[in-house]
Design a protein around this ligand. Structure first.
Ligand code: ADP
Length: 626
């Protein structure tokens, strides 16, 4: 039994191929985690790094509380089961299962007990004297599992263990492995390219694409709340249908217009979390709807569809068609002409028919057409609102408030602008008061829908704020993006800063021994880094590390101003956001921000950041080393 933690794990193969990028997950004890994604997305590489069969280029891997990056596979307390079973053909099942234990010089009686126990769990007691070639695929796979089982591992790793089996056996073994997981109460990590296996077995699933994690979630959340179009399309069978559409708000309704001119209406409340800028036509968005969430209408309403083929599966029926009256409106590049509908058997539909389709409006997804990220996050990233200048003040949400200096500068000569306000940038205060239409509990947070005319401002609030009441608040101006004519003129201030520097080692004699110390050198000032990080950088990069630049990242709150011996900075400017003020520090041409008091007026200063608070990034392939 064990938990696992993968922290900023990267794999770059010797040929320079970056197979895994910044993989992060905390796996709880007894979880059944599935890595899923198309071939080549990095699933096996990640699993093999956990097993110790592949070196970890950068990042930390913990099993329990132990950092195991450098541990040999045999010392990691894990067992791996492969798709090709890897059984020894000349040995019996018993010998195959006992082999690893004998290698460890375990007493024969103990081995016997363990093999019999595992054979019982897996129901292969009667085959112990057989050789693998006299067994079926499913039985061999059980032996392979047994060989892992006898070792009592803390973590089971399974790499596509069922892909050599036929469909029926696969389904049966799926259930067996799930049962085995329950019985053993051990952590399982399972790799597959098959989304059905992932959905039926995993307590949580990691969806990967081209070396990047797309979403880590429960099966139901992946199905109901896919983060992007890739996850939406990968999970579910037949695949989710996608269509290019435009959205146009008309009062309480939003008109969805398909490429061929077909239109359907949705209540505004269904899509109120989509940013307003998408709701005025003109912007192409992707509509997603699963085949099982479309029904065939008895009436002549809904989307017209020409039926091409109908597949009868006995319990259900899959209809393949094309939407629209004329197909010429579409080009190959456009999403959506073809549609798949999953309906109950017995529906009177035949190839060549024209039918009308109804989309279940509660199950419609929308994605940005460029980023392909969902437009319907349960907690929207921000609300977009127009504002205008009223003399020296800013007029927004029906109130007029002072314009802080930092905003004023970018708004010279501008009258109308817009603000992207994240829900966390709305805090109790006195500047604005709005009515609370509704408070939603989402992922342990409380999201208030504050009424502004016919739209909502989304705010994260505490439990004092209730639906039907008024909420008085201020804005954290430094967290807001300012737009003029749709273009960003002021970016929100994050909490991180970074400076470029070099890396150096020092060899000191301590108590008669030579000890290595490692320094992050920023503008000539050496900041000692943790020794373990120094070794890590050296092991990832080799001796080239002493000849190149790194990006040193740190939280702004970790900057400490010192009297002497620090990194010298000229204060070239200050930025007053009202809620907070920053000094703009120039470190030999590199600029960072430092939070200061209102009356700050220094022209220069020196600062340090503790080595243990510094993150080190390799610049060329943008990889966090430590
Ligand atoms: P998956 O298990 O998701 O199919 P892999 O983890 O096997 O994917 O591979 C991820 C990527 O790394 C692929 O593009 C693959 O070609 C590449 N790759 C795998 N092994 C090596 C290797 N030894 N050297 C170079 N590239 C590799």
């Amino acid at each position: 039994m064990a938990s696992l933690k993968l922290s900023h794990i990267y794999k770059v193969y010797d040929n320079g191929h970056k197979a895994v990028n910044d993989f992060n997950i905390d796996i709880q004890d007894k979880e059944f985690i599935v890595f899923v994604g198309p071939s080549g997305c990095g699933k096996s590489t990640t699993l093999r790094m956990v097993a110790g069969l592949e070196t970890i280029t950068a990042g930390d891997l913990f099993i329990g509380d132990t950092l195991v990056n450098e541990l040999e596979p045999k010392d990691r307390d894990i067992a791996m089961v492969f798709q090709n079973y890897a059984l020894y053909p000349h040995m019996t099942v018993y010998e195959n299962m006992a082999f690893g234990l004998r290698n460890r010089k375990m007493p024969e009686e103990e081995i016997r007990q363990k093999v019999l126990e595992a054979a019982k769990i897996l129901d292969i007691e009667m085959y112990l004297d057989r050789k693998p070639k006299a067994m079926s695929g499913g039985q061999r796979q059980r032996v392979a599992l047994g060989r892992a089982l006898v070792r009592n591992p803390k973590v089971f790793l399974l790499d596509e263990p069922l892909s050599n089996l036929d469909a029926k056996l696969r389904a049966a073994m799926r259930t067996e492995i799930t049962k085995l997981h329950k019985k053993l109460a051990t952590t399982f990590i399972y790799v597959t390219h098959d989304q059905v296996e992932a959905m039926t077995m995993g307590t949580r699933i990691v969806v990967m694409k081209l070396g990047y994690v797309q979403q880590i979630d429960t099966p139901m959340n992946l199905y109901n709340k896919p983060y992007n179009k890739f996850v939406a399309g990968f999970i579910g069978s037949p695949q989710m249908n996608f269509f290019d559409v435009t959205l146009n708000r008309k009062g309480d309704l939003v008109e969805v217009e398909f490429k061929d001119g077909s239109k359907i209406n949705l209540p505004y409340e269904r899509v109120c979390k989509i940013h307003d800028s998408y709701l005025h036509g003109g912007v192409k968005v992707i509509l997603g709807i699963r085949p099982e969430h479309i029904s065939i209408s008895e009436k002549a309403t809904g989307l017209k569809c020409q039926v091409n083929t109908v597949e009868h599966l006995g319990n259900e029926c899959i209809v393949y068609g094309e939407i629209g009256q004329s197909s010429e409106e579409f080009t190959m590049k456009d999403e959506g002409k073809n549609i798949i509908v999953k309906t109950i058997e017995g529906t009177p539909v035949n190839a060549g028919d024209t039918i009308n389709l109804l989309l279940n409006e509660e199950k419609i997804h929308f994605f940005d057409s460029e980023t392909e990220i969902t437009l319907m996050s349960p907690i929207p990233a921000f609300s977009l609102f127009e504002a205008k200048k009223a003399g020296e003040k800013m007029d927004i949400f029906g109130s007029k408030v002072d314009i802080p200096d930092a905003l004023n500068r970018v708004l010279e000569g501008v009258n109308n602008f817009a603000l992207e306000i994240p829900p966390h940038a709305i805090v109790p205060g006195k500047d604005f008061t709005l009515s609370v239409k509704e408070v939603q509990e989402i992922e342990g947070k409380r999201l208030a829908l504050l009424t502004v005319g016919d739209r909502y401002l989304f705010a994260l609030v505490d439990d004092k704020v209730k639906a039907g009441s008024k909420y008085s608040f201020n804005l954290l101006n430094d967290q807001i993006r300012v737009l003029v004519e749709g273009k960003s003129v002021l970016e929100p201030i994050g909490d991180h800063e970074a400076l470029l520097g070099t890396f150096a080692k020092r060899e000191l004699k301590e108590h008669g021994e030579r000890v290595l110390h490692f320094d992050y050198v920023i503008d000539g000032v050496a900041i000692e880094g943790p020794q373990a990080n120094g070794y890590k950088i050296n092991s990832v990069e080799g001796n080239a590390c002493y000849k190149k630049q790194y990006r040193y990242g740190f939280l702004r709150s970790n900057i400490e101003v010192v009297e002497e011996g620090g990194i010298h900075a000229n204060v070239v400017d200050t930025l007053d956001y009202g809620n907070v003020k920053f000094a703009v520090l120039d470190v030999n041409g590199q600029r960072i921000l430092y939070e200061v008091a209102k009356d700050f007026d220094q022209k220069e200063l020196q600062f340090l950041v503790k080595g243990e608070n510094i993150e080190v990034y390799q610049i060329e392939i943008d990889m966090r080393i430590c």
